[in-house]
Design a protein around this ligand. Structure first.
Ligand SMILES: [Zn+2]
Length: 206
């Protein structure tokens, strides 16, 4: 390789690099809003991957509120949220009822989980790693401030209050104050035809 050629090589390398950086800069600039929003939407979890899946399976109309709720619990109240259950299809709910393993469970199409409107969570105290879960006393749940936050800021219902004939379910938070479950069920069955095919979490509310 002679001198002239290597200069040429370096020049084209520099041009390539410059073009690359310019392109990257333009891309970042064009998508700056989305990138900023993306960073804001990132929620901290203890076990990340499956947690994000729970959020994505929620009904699109409530994802934003649940995400924001989880971030508030983390940043303002000092607890990390661990999601243990979210969306359950009509079919899954039917299977659970049929199994007989759940003495107190809503019929298929009668649970807020069937529409992706609910999460069952536990809390991890960031200071002392204490876990607040299904067996923790109601008073303990209330003391965290999570119940109050869910109600006042997000208009959620709390399972610790006893909902739809199911009592003592403090891990449960849902959005069913804003939606009518009979209407949701009707719409879902109309749009999907059967329990077998029903995707309540994707039902068109319009
Ligand atoms: Zn629940």
């Amino acid at each position: 390789m002679n001198n002239k050629n290597s200069t040429k090589d370096i020049n084209s390398l520099l041009i390539g690099l410059t073009a690359g950086f310019v392109l990257l800069g333009v891309t970042l600039f064009v998508f700056r809003k989305q990138i900023k929003q993306g960073a804001k939407d990132i929620v901290r979890y203890v076990f990340t991957a499956d947690q994000e899946r729970f959020l994505k399976e929620l009904h699109p109309s409530v994802v934003k509120d649940f995400r924001s709720f989880i971030k508030d619990v983390d940043n303002k109240l000092g607890y990390l949220v661990r999601i243990n259950s979210g969306y359950r299809s009509f079919k899954k709910q039917q299977e659970m009822v049929d199994s007989g393993n759940y003495p107190v469970i809503a019929k298929s199409g009668y649970s807020s989980h069937n529409f992706g409107m609910a999460l069952d969570i536990s809390l991890i105290n960031k200071k002392n790693a204490n876990i607040i879960s299904q067996n923790s006393p109601i008073s303990e749940w209330k003391k965290t401030g999570v119940v109050n936050l869910a109600r006042s800021k997000y208009g959620m219902r709390w399972g610790g209050d006893g909902l739809d004939g199911i009592s003592g379910d403090p891990v449960h938070f849902d959005m069913m104050k804003k939606y009518n479950i009979n209407k949701l069920r009707e719409l879902t069955l109309k749009q999907y035809g059967s329990i077998e095919n029903a995707k309540g979490n994707r039902v068109n509310l319009a």
